[in-house]
Design a protein around this ligand. Structure first.
Ligand code: SF4
Length: 376
């Protein structure tokens, strides 16, 4: 058993939300310039300056630096990914999600036949890896179900990613053995005192269990993990600082694991709240550039929650992976199963159209996971 002092909770407890906010808002132009000089290799304190209002006024040089760092580390390559929703069953109430338990919608969990039909469409798009997504219903959609479904689709994909409920370390070990390469788990918000307002019912209301999930993943030896917060719930600057702090800690403790950061902005969905703290397009660009200038190795991922115009622009600023053709309802690719989508898609272009856009911007879309492509 690992002592708590070795876990992220210990680091997290050394910072208070209000102090972090005060320090971010007090950052000066000189702090931003100093942070930019550490290009690609900053500290969490440097990150505070990069996401400050002072840095918002320096967006042009930040964007240029972020672009250069990304080209230097990743080249003109953009990884394509696509989510495959296994189930919209969920035992949690989350105030921002269409799958929330209190929403009276048709609930669907794919069986083997339905899953293979989804796979057929995704393979036709050209994808060689897939992100499996589900709500949180441990009885019907737990580790046994995932293991069975992963075994079924493994012959079709060189890489399988997972975005499901937080699990125990031994469960992650089972799923990694079954073929999972990457696990995404977003904290939603690091503001502990407000976390329960957004997660009033279900296992997800346990802030601490979620906070320690990346530690369990690191101990399970996952190849790659993805972090992020739901931008719009709380002040994006403070929440993003804690994400960067988490990334910094994880890279030191689980140095064999690779990391990615996602930027989900709160999107409209049935019965869901509006953003309390909206983040503008310009601020989202600042955040993407800030992550790249802070950390040149992290993969930065942008989903179809964002509009075509925004995504066309953002791919040149630091993003290294992008989804395309996404459906957020189980069974949504092969047949409309009358399941409600988790959130509205803003970019409805086909995978081929997004690939065309990337090529016209000088990027090579990669449909296979690049770890495998470049590993030998
Ligand atoms: S965010 Fe996840 S856990 Fe919360 S209601 Fe939606 S699917 Fe369930």
């Amino acid at each position: 058993m690992t002592a708590t002092t070795n876990l992220f909770r210990h680091v997290f407890d050394q910072y208070s939300w209000d102090d972090v906010a005060a320090r971010i808002y007090a950052s000066t132009t000189s702090d931003v310039e100093r942070a930019m000089q550490k290009a690609g290799n900053g500290t969490p304190e440097d990150f505070m300056a990069l996401i400050s209002p002072a840095a918002e006024r320096m967006l042009e040089p930040m964007a240029q630096l972020s672009h250069q760092l990304t080209l230097h580390r990743f080249g003109h390559v953009m990884q394509m990914y696509i989510p495959l929703y296994l189930s919209n069953e969920c035992q949690n109430i989350c105030t921002y999600c269409g799958f929330s338990l209190d929403n009276k919608i048709a609930r669907i969990t794919l069986n083997e036949e339905q899953l293979l039909k989804e796979v057929e469409v995704i393979k036709r798009y050209g994808y060689d890896h897939v992100l499996l997504v589900s709500g949180e219903a441990n009885q019907s959609v737990g580790t046994d179900y995932f293991e069975k479904m992963i075994a079924l689709i493994r012959p079709y994909f060189s890489n399988i990613m997972l975005e499901v409920q937080p699990l125990e370390q031994f469960e992650y070990e089972r799923l990694i053995n079954a073929g999972v390469n990457t696990v995404l788990v977003y904290q939603e918000t690091y503001r502990e005192e407000n976390y329960r307002q957004y997660h009033p019912k279900g296992k997800k209301s346990n802030f601490n269990y979620r906070l320690q999930t990346p530690d369990r993943l690191g101990m399970a030896g996952v190849h790659r993990m993805g972090l992020g917060v739901l931008l719009g719930l709380e002040d994006w600057r403070v929440d993003s600082f804690y994400t960067a702090l988490h990334l910094h800690y994880l890279e030191k403790h689980y140095w064999k694991t690779k990391y990615s950061i996602s930027f989900p902005r709160l999107r409209p969905a049935l019965g869901c709240q509006e953003p309390n703290h909206p983040i503008t397009d310009r601020q989202l660009v600042q955040l993407i550039c800030a992550y790249r200038i802070f950390n040149e190795n992290a993969e930065l991922s942008l989903s179809t929650r964002e509009s075509p115009v925004f995504r066309n622009h953002a791919v040149k600023l630091g993003i290294t992976s992008i989804s395309a053709g996404s459906r957020t309802d189980p069974g949504g690719y092969a047949a409309k199963l009358q399941a409600l989508e988790q959130f509205e898609i803003a970019d409805n272009r086909s995978p081929a159209a997004v690939a065309e856009m990337l090529i016209s911007n000088g990027y090579e879309p990669v449909w296979k996971d690049w770890d495998r492509v470049f590993a030998v």
